[in-house]
Write a protein that binds this ligand. Structure first.
Ligand code: ADP
Length: 397
């Protein structure tokens, strides 16, 4: 294919043992090829490419990020797609205070991302590997970094500072950063577009509810507060993460349960949330089924999830004053009808009045609207982080 026909952006999201990718048509937003390399470094390492709804698994035993990328590019070449890639957009978890928007990756940008590694030790080093390996293999096209934190850099000090000695902020960057920015930004833009109103005149609360969960107050298109903080552990109850707990819990568990600080951190990140409360699963679908069959712990986990979510959504109304829309998105937000109904019922204090029928179809025939005409409006909006990363990349090249 002729290079002048280049139209696609390759979007890469690199984890410590995984690499998600999507080929995004930068004009239409279509994603003709998507996929995932998982269990990297393991004997079972596997690259799965999904094209036209069909999955093609490719074994890459002991393959690392570089092997996975090479195998992916070989496949893209075989599908006549490689030459259509005009840029690569990379998801980067933490940009600290250095990045307020997406940016073209230069040597200087790489160094600055690396300087944020201590803020996201599980994520940023993996993101950097993904960038460096793909720069080697696709050296002829520009690479762009899109940060999870950047959207939240508009939060005022009153929202991002913790009430701890100010020197901890100055010397160690201890503050709230917020995450899932790409998703919060995308759904707010998408809803404004479907309402046919300028985003600069709208106030939204967006609830991204997937395995990780966070909610953001978006005033006239800008994030003014969010539930995640220094790390993605703060805030809402999540699949395996606790969200907010008493800050003394670490000390308490070290003393009372003989745990090390790393063990406490592991419990709060990997064994808490829906999984910890239910003792069954981190997956909302599984818990809803278990709860319907009478499992009390699954029911309890859902109740805690919904109550805490409602409480924190109400708190996000404070910086907005007026709410033009509460947005549900992510796997749970887009699909879990009962969770949305439960949360909206608990939020009647803010004027929410759910429309049971519209909620069942996720407001399919009315721009995602799931509330009654007299209600503060709530909407279901499907998130599309890949499309947002591709759009940013396109805008910068
Ligand atoms: P990730 O954060 O990994 O991208 P997703 O956004 O895909 O995750 O969300 C995963 C969550 O969405 C899981 O808890 C899953 O059970 C939940 N989910 C997906 N579909 C449904 C459904 N139909 N009903 C209830 N929960 C659902």
């Amino acid at each position: 294919m002729n290079k002048s026909m280049s139209k696609n952006i390759l979007v890469i999201n690199c984890g410590s043992s995984s690499l998600k990718f999507s080929v995004v048509n930068s004009q239409s937003g279509d994603q003709p090829i998507t996929g995932l390399a998982e269990r990297l470094g393991d004997q079972e390492a596997l690259l799965t490419i999904k094209e036209d709804g069909k999955k093609h698994p490719i074994e890459i035993p002991h393959g690392n990020h570089s092997t996975a990328l090479k195998a992916l590019l070989t496949q893209l070449e075989a599908l006549n797609v490689l030459d259509t890639i005009k840029a690569v957009g990379h998801r980067v978890v933490h940009g600290g205070e250095n990045f307020t928007t997406s940016t073209v990756i230069t040597e200087n940008v790489l160094d600055t991302i690396e300087a944020c590694n201590h803020l996201a030790p599980l994520h940023n080093p993996a993101n950097l590997i993904g960038i460096k390996e793909s720069q080697k293999l696709l050296s002829h096209v520009p690479h762009v970094a899109v940060f999870d934190t950047a959207f939240h850099q508009t939060m005022p000090e009153s929202a991002y500072l913790y009430p701890v000695p100010y020197e901890l902020y100055e010397e160690h960057g201890v503050r709230r950063y917020g995450f899932h920015g790409t998703s919060h930004r995308y759904v707010s833009m998408a809803l404004a577009e479907s309402l046919n109103k300028p985003l600069s005149e709208l106030n939204f609360i967006s609830a991204h509810l997937g395995n990780g969960c966070s909610a953001t107050a978006i005033k006239q298109g800008k994030s003014v507060d969010t539930t995640m903080g220094l790390t993605p552990l703060e805030g809402l109850v999540m699949g395996t993460r606790s969200g907010d707990v008493d800050p003394s819990l670490h000390h308490f568990l070290c003393n009372q349960a003989n745990m090390t600080i790393d063990e406490v951190n592991n419990v709060l990140n990997k064994k808490s949330g829906l999984l910890g409360l239910s003792g069954i699963s981190n997956d909302m679908r599984t818990l809803e089924e278990a709860s319907q069959s009478g499992n009390q712990r699954a029911k309890l986990a859902i109740e805690v999830f919904c109550y805490r979510l409602a409480k924190q959504l109400a708190a996000l109304a404070v910086p907005l004053g007026r709410i033009d829309g509460l947005i549900f998105t992510g796997g749970i937000g887009e699909n879990a009808t009962n969770i949305r109904e439960n949360v909206l019922q608990q939020l009647s204090v803010l004027g929410f009045n759910v429309d049971i029928d519209q909620n069942k179809t996720a407001g399919k025939n009315q721009n995602g609207l799931i509330t009654q005409p007299n209600s503060t409006p709530a909407y279901v909006v499907s998130t599309d982080e890949e499309w947002m990363i591709a759009k940013d990349t396109e805008a910068l090249i």
